[in-house]
Design a binder for this molecule. Structure first.
Ligand code: NOJ
Length: 748
């Protein structure tokens, strides 16, 4: 045997040995934690156990309706609190942890916070980040948020929200990854990995909390907190996959939801929490309720009082009570009455304690509360640079007539108009952690930073976001008249889309579209920037503006990122993660619908076809849609086989060419359709995508591998299976722009 071969063999041997060793160490440490948990549990009184299942908010920062309770701090000292939320900062968390260290067993508290799109540095809202279709960047954004939060004493974020949302009237659409279970699952995994870094126990890792389990995103009519009602098929096919993906990525905790699902509130739903999550999926972390959601089961008409609600919740697998004040008040009595067993409580407590051990809090309860580290970690130039990078990747170019964009940096005069042109605060988005002195870069400032001294910038507000008056239009028109190009910033204030911000009318608010109309009438080229947390409706603008950029709410570096795109320092590459409707009347509108028995050929419901007689079925902008300053050509689709058995794979290849004059990225999207099944299948489902960077004139091969998992679905008995038959392959750069088509047979 040659020396080189010998060397490689021994390396392989060493790696194998190390991985076996690593595995045994992991198992050992899991055992060790088990033992520690059991030992501690044996020392605990029933009251102390119940205390571990209780989470209170700090009164200083409330993210829900407050229940006055001045004795919180005393309760911590007596071991009656297991976790706090909305306590943040190294100093404050240390101060509160000190109280827990005065309790008999010195069990450390967990500090949870909604770190949804950044901690100190604000990142784009999650829906915006999803538009980047860039999993590495999304993971990086969560990583930075996690590092910053961990350096500020926070152990636990209530994120990611992985609820699929097909209804933009629902305010929380901004907090998720949009409408698609496949994209949503990949993003869910990326976010969990980002928050948890190299794993719990590391000083820069915080626990993720996947929410809201489950189906909260399907609130009827898009009304927040509303009932959800769906078939098991839709639940498993559409709503559950991102949760499973988050779990597979190692998510430490789950949060249930405010909604009732098929008649049973998620918080008291044992099918969801016991059968699926802790049973079938073998989740070993803990489940926290949503804020007050145990108590709200009384309003649902599912429990007669807070006590019965507590019983139903814990028996259904809800481990921790966030702000219902139900467990602390009632569990001991419920045990006495034999309505809740000590074993049930023990099981929940073990889950909570396990996470505290994994976080290293028993060894060092203040390990996250280090002011020096906090100072050095927060708001660093690198973190801001990352926020700018992901912000520009999140922008979606919706329209660019006559290649108006990118703008030249040496234009003589640019008019920046609109209610959001100079807004800093709205760039923050709904769920950012608020900082008194933080500066978020407005569009105007971003443009100012970008253009040279020879470019004159003019400004007029025109109207405010919700104004109904047009009195200031004349000033805006006069300003526009003096410019070579007009940039108009419209949309929503930061608090118009988010929790409890559902809307029945999602048109561009107020008279903003009239403002665009008035500016357009000047004959000047008009670029519109739409800033929002949800898809808005702006049909006139879509038809008449020269260029449109959907810029969402982009966070700390918003203005700089928008200027990067406006002036071509970054070629936009975002793709919509959710359909933009033409009218509220067609909601829910989503790309992976079923064909029906009467599919519409002309997009209308005329001639006894499925649709509306007065509106197209298609959305204004489809899922997966987004332009670039360049053009890309897809060609040469080849398959290495045209028929496969279920355990075989097909390799697909196609060619992508940048035929435009700018370097840039294109996202090649692979959709499949199972033509016939024992249950009806969607007209297309995203099954893969590749984001490819190409210089002008460059060509690259793009490959996909089709495997069994991608062809499987739930049959009539809800078995995950494949069925023989024909599958359509569709490849394009948007769900409504398929360029390459082919077919293959799945054999028995
Ligand atoms: C209620 C929200 O539904 C949930 O997502 C959030 O984490 C909690 N409030 C805590 O703020």
């Amino acid at each position: 045997m040659k020396r080189r071969t010998l060397f490689i063999l021994s390396l392989v041997h060493l790696t194998l040995m190390l991985s076996v060793q690593k595995k045994t160490t992991r198992v050992k440490s899991a055992d060790a934690i088990d033992l520690k948990v059991k030992t501690l549990l044996a020392k605990m009184t029933l009251d102390e156990k119940i205390g571990q299942l209780n989470q209170y908010t700090s009164d200083r920062l409330a993210t829900g309706p407050l229940t006055p309770n001045s004795s919180k701090f005393n309760e911590i000292k007596t071991g009656r609190v297991g976790a706090m939320l909305n306590v943040k900062g190294a100093k404050e968390t240390r101060m509160v942890q000190e109280l827990a260290m005065r309790s008999r067993l010195k069990i450390p508290l967990l500090f949870g916070l909604d770190v949804i799109h950044g901690y100190r540095v604000t990142f784009p809202v999650p829906l915006a980040e999803a538009a980047s279709w860039d999993l590495d960047l999304i993971e990086k954004s969560a990583r930075i948020a996690g590092k910053e939060a961990a350096a500020a004493g926070v152990h636990w974020t209530f994120a990611p929200m992985v609820d699929i949302a097909r209804d933009p009237r629902w305010g929380r659409v901004m907090e998720g990854a949009g409408e698609d279970p496949y994209l949503g699952s990949l993003i869910a995994g990326a976010r969990v990995r980002g928050f948890q870094g190299k794993g719990l126990g590391n000083l820069d890792a915080i626990m993720a909390c996947v929410k809201h389990f489950a189906a909260y995103g399907a609130a009827i009519g898009g009304r927040d907190y509303n009932t959800t009602d769906m078939s098991d098929r839709t639940l498993w096919e559409v709503y559950l996959p991102p949760f499973k993906a988050a779990l597979d990525a190692g998510a430490a905790t789950f949060m249930n939801g405010f909604n009732d699902l098929n008649g049973v509130p998620a918080t008291g739903n044992s099918y969801l929490q016991r059968d699926i999550l802790k049973g079938k999926w073998a989740f070993n972390g803990f489940v926290v309720s949503d804020w007050g959601s145990i108590g709200e089961m009384v309003n649902h008409g599912f429990a007669t009082d807070n006590k019965q609600a507590g019983m139903l919740a814990i028996n259904a697998g809800n481990d921790m009570d966030m702000e219902s004040h139900s467990y602390n008040a009632n569990l001991a009595q419920l045990v006495k009455e034999k309505k809740v067993s000590v074993a049930t409580i023990d099981e929940a407590v073990k889950r909570v304690l396990r996470k505290k051990f994994e976080m290293g809090l028993f060894d060092a309860p203040y390990r996250f509360s280090n002011e020096e580290r906090e100072k050095n970690t927060l708001n660093s130039p690198e973190n801001r640079a990352a926020a700018r990078d992901i912000a520009k990747h999140s922008i979606v170019l919706l329209k660019n007539d006559n290649q108006l964009l990118p703008l030249s940096k040496t234009l003589k005069t640019i008019a920046v108009i609109g209610p959001l042109a100079k807004s800093n605060i709205d760039m923050m988005g709904f769920w950012s952690v608020k900082w008194e002195n933080d500066h978020l870069i407005s569009l105007y400032e971003g443009i100012e930073n970008k253009v040279g001294k020879t470019t004159k910038l003019l400004y007029a507000q025109g109207c405010d976001v919700t104004d109904t008056s047009k009195v200031n239009f004349s000033e805006a028109i006069a300003t526009a008249m003096q410019a070579d190009v007009v940039v108009v910033a419209v949309g929503e204030h930061f608090d118009m889309t988010g929790e409890a911000k559902s809307k029945a009318n999602i048109h561009l608010p107020g008279v903003q579209e009239d403002l665009i109309r008035a500016i357009k009438a000047t004959g000047k080229p008009v670029v519109v920037l739409t800033m929002s947390g949800r898809p808005l409706i702006f049909n006139w603008t879509a038809d008449h503006a020269d260029a449109i950029l959907q810029t969402w709410w982009l966070g700390s570096e918003a203005g700089n990122a928008m200027a990067d795109v406006l002036f071509g320092d970054y070629n936009p590459s975002g793709k919509l993660p959710i359909s933009f409707p033409r009218s509220e009347g067609q909601i829910p509108v989503y790309y992976n619908y079923k064909n029906t028995g009467r599919p519409s050929a002309n997009d209308y419901g005329t001639g006894y076809k499925s649709g509306y007689t007065d509106l197209q079925n298609s959305p204004r902008y489809a899922f997966g849609y987004g332009l670039s300053y360049s053009e890309f050509e897809l060609s040469g689709l080849t398959l290495d086989k045209t028929s496969i058995k279920p355990n075989e794979t097909i390799k697909i290849t196609c060619t992508l060419k940048n035929t435009g004059k700018y370097a840039g990225e294109e996202t090649v999207q692979l959709y499949l359709r199972d033509e016939t099944g024992s249950v009806t299948r969607p007209v297309k489902e995203l099954k893969g995508f590749k984001k490819v960077y190409l210089k002008s004139g460059e060509t690259k091969m793009v490959n996909f591998v089709i495997n069994k998992e991608m062809l499987s679905f739930y049959d009539q008995k809800m078995n995950w299976t494949t069925e023989p038959g024909t599958f359509d392959i569709m490849i394009g750069n948007s769900s409504d722009h398929i360029v390459l088509n082919s077919k293959f047979e799945l054999l028995q």
